[in-house]
Design a protein around this ligand. Structure first.
Ligand code: SF4
Length: 403
């Protein structure tokens, strides 16, 4: 697998930290109606928290962290009986409620109720390893674009709800990422964000013993493990190389480094602008810095999701911010090169690659520095991607190289 060469010093390091972040991750339930291959949460029936418990989790977030949005995840949050009240509660606290769902339980009636309660956006998890049934059974990533389009159209019909998709990227599905990036470009008017998350699991080929509070534990009891050898070291730069093969101009603008590796790209973010017919260009590091700093100055939080009303301001952004960013200047030049393009509405779109935990040779674990997806467990902020460890062992596991 080829890796693209990227100098992290040329990208904007997103300013997200533990106490001041764009995103936070709330799990009102662990119950789900699908069983995704790469899932990191034990699917527990009847695991809904009480509404009081969920409000307490929100209090913990607000005690420890400024946040622009709350991702309501799980499990599938649409199965949570108080989902409407929860969305309204988050909105009441002046935070953007975002629903992270597989979409299976979403109906137009429920969507309208959620909109009325104040939902700001959705992130739909759609990929080919979710065990979907009926007409989506056995469909590959390209064929699933039809389902993605259905969800995006539902949001567009209700109006001004931010629309994102995420997919887990496996060894045998990475080849499809450029197809999804292309599909997103064609639907740039109704899709705000595409997220690709590299698959991670504990697997037999890992050369570590696992310890909890000094006691050796059995890795096979960890929920996120596979019994057979699998590729668990896909990097953001691998995904980028795959995309660049088809779109050589595709350029990242911002990143989050690893806690143990300054030049790794745990989150690698690209921001592009264009119309349904043509992508004009990729905005650069200075654009991202202006947006993050400006939003924090005006609102006190770093920007997470942008509404469709904002992302459709691509033309205005190019016309006003060109002095500050060379990516903006390039995109503006392309737009002005054809008068017809200037008349068309230009939209902005985010493409994000996420590379979860990396294990170093000496056993250190490199997490996302300034993890946006921190959740609450036992009144503490913990990595949501590894919460099963404190739940099962009381602590995060240490990986120690085998003798
Ligand atoms: S550390 Fe885990 S939970 Fe946090 S952003 Fe990275 S993958 Fe997500």
């Amino acid at each position: 697998m080829d890796a693209a060469k990227v100098d992290h010093n040329e990208l904007y390091r997103l300013p997200w930290t533990l106490p001041d972040n764009a995103i936070s991750w709330l799990e009102p339930t662990a119950q789900c109606n699908l069983a995704c291959d790469g899932c990191y949460r034990d699917n527990e029936k009847d695991s809904h928290k009480t509404f009081e418990e969920v409000k307490h989790d929100l209090d913990i977030f607000q005690k420890y962290r400024k946040t622009d949005c709350i991702s309501i995840a799980g499990g599938d949050p649409l199965l949570y009986p108080n989902i409407i009240e929860l969305v309204a509660e988050i909105k009441f606290r002046r935070i953007k409620p975002i629903i992270n769902t597989n979409g299976f339980a979403l109906t137009m009636d429920l969507l309208r109720e959620l909109k009325e309660a104040g939902v700001y956006g959705f992130t739909f998890h759609v990929d080919s390893k979710q065990g979907r049934t009926s007409e989506w059974k056995g469909k590959n990533e390209i064929e699933l674009n039809e389902l993605r389009y259905q969800y995006a159209s539902m949001l567009a019909e209700v109006g001004n709800i931010s629309c994102s998709f995420n997919s887990t990227v496996y060894e045998d599905t990475i080849e499809y990422v450029p197809d999804l990036v292309e599909w997103a470009a064609k639907n740039i008017d109704i899709v705000q964000t595409m997220v690709f998350i590299a698959f991670r699991h504990v697997v037999p080929q890992m050369p570590y013993d696992w310890y909890a509070n000094g006691d050796k534990v059995d890795w096979q009891t960890i929920m996120y493990h596979s019994e057979s050898e699998r590729k668990i070291d896909i990097l953001s730069t691998h995904v980028l190389a795959e995309v660049k093969k088809r779109f050589p101009e595709f350029t990242p603008a911002a990143y989050l480094n690893g806690t143990e590796k300054a030049d790794s790209f745990k989150w690698m973010l690209s921001q592009r602008v264009g119309s349904k017919e043509k992508i004009y260009g990729y905005l650069g590091a200075k654009f991202m810095e202006l947006i993050m700093a400006g939003h924090h100055f005006l609102n006190g939080t770093y920007l997470s999701y942008a509404s469709p009303a904002t992302t459709r301001m691509g033309r205005t952004s190019l016309l006003t911010l060109w002095p500050f960013d060379k990516g903006v200047r390039k995109a503006l030049g392309r737009m002005l090169a054809n008068p017809l393009r200037f008349l068309r509405r230009a939209h902005m779109q985010t493409i994000l690659f996420i590379q979860p935990v990396d294990f170093m040779q000496d056993g250190r674990q490199s997490m996302c520095d300034g993890c946006p997806d921190m959740t609450v467990y036992n009144n503490e902020l913990v990595w949501s991607c590894r919460m099963e460890e404190p739940k099962q062992f009381g602590t995060f596991l240490r990986s120690v190289p085998k003798n």
